[in-house]
Design a protein around this ligand. Structure first.
Ligand code: ZN
Length: 318
């Protein structure tokens, strides 16, 4: 049996099976570089690599520096196809075990995100990447094998986190609006949406504006979402004044007009939308009628009254 040691993975990294039909496809080496980058930044603690906005944004960071124009940046491709190199494995979401086992091709980011929980590495490789000397050795080899002329640029790119940069830039400008040409690429839409949502949630101190609940897991997963008042698909408006932080329940209810917010930021609940039975010890939705929502501390991020009016009228929740 072959020992799965540093030499074994060094060989794997320099001999990745890549598509050469239109010149060497850089997807796999760029994804591996991104994973090494996240290890270096201390963002991977467990043997679980998620298709997160951080991974995607930093993948695009490297992609834009190195990729030949013939190829299309699509993180789903290498995330899926690296399984062929036998050190990268996919953990399916419940219900997708058979599809992953049968290697049903998942070519888009949304399709892959719904089927796959995370990717994980061989245990031996994970251990090697946790230790700085072996991680740096493998990084150097990967760069030498695939991007020999770009070594200095890569070293520079390792110094910053692209997702943090995007999030901060968006914060400084109070959000952004896009036209249809700006965001064609699914990877980019995914990153931009995540940056909007995280910023909005932060502005509301991670609390649901409706019920004030704050629940965050130890690794940062949040029960509270950044919701759009006017839907993104229709308005492409990622300004924070078009956002509200809402927990999953109240996000769902808001998107269906089960409640609205009036000009005084008080909760309005239409009488004809639902019935409710709440035990004494819990607070149902009706109990919030007339209560003021939580608001961001900064005046400039207050939700737009115009957008809230649009939402009330859309749902006849006046
Ligand atoms: Zn809530």
């Amino acid at each position: 049996m072959v020992a799965r040691d540093l030499a074994y993975y060094a060989k794997k990294f320099t001999n990745l099976r890549v598509d050469k039909a239109r010149g060497t496809a850089p997807h796999k080496p760029i994804l591996l570089l991104t994973v090494l980058d996240l290890f270096e930044k201390g963002q991977i603690h467990r043997n679980e690599v998620y298709l997160s906005p951080e991974l995607t944004a930093n993948f695009l960071k490297f992609w834009h520096q190195f990729a030949a124009s013939d190829h299309h940046s699509n993180i789903a491709l290498p995330f899926f196809h690296l399984t062929g190199d036998q050190f990268w494995h996919l953990m399916p979401n419940p219900g997708f075990e058979a599809a992953i086992q049968a290697r049903v091709k998942l070519r888009t980011l949304p399709a892959l995100r719904s089927a796959v929980q995370y990717a994980y590495l061989d245990g031996e490789l994970f251990a090697l990447l946790q230790a700085a000397p072996s991680r740096q050795h493998l990084t150097t080899l990967l760069i030498q094998a695939w991007f020999p002329e770009k070594r200095d640029q890569i070293t520079e790119s390792f110094k910053y986190d692209e997702f943090e940069t995007i999030q901060q830039t968006l914060f400084d400008s109070g959000g952004a609006t896009y036209n249809t040409d700006d965001l064609k690429d699914q990877d980019q839409i995914f990153v931009r949406n995540a940056a909007f949502r995280r910023n909005v949630v932060k502005l509301y101190d991670q609390r649901c504006a409706f019920c004030k609940l704050r629940v965050i897991s130890w690794d940062g997963v949040n029960l509270v979402d950044g919701a759009h008042i006017q839907p993104f698909a229709q308005f492409r408006d990622d300004r924070f004044v078009n956002g509200l932080a809402l927990c999953k329940n109240h996000h769902w209810a808001f998107d269906r007009g089960w409640f609205g917010v009036d000009d005084d930021y008080r909760i309005v609940i239409p009488r004809d939308r639902f019935t409710e039975e709440a035990p004494q010890e819990s607070r149902g939705m009706m109990a919030f009628r007339g209560e003021r929502i939580d608001l961001p501390r900064e005046q400039r991020f207050m939700p737009s009254l115009e957008a809230l009016k649009w939402h009330r009228e859309r749902w006849n929740a006046v």
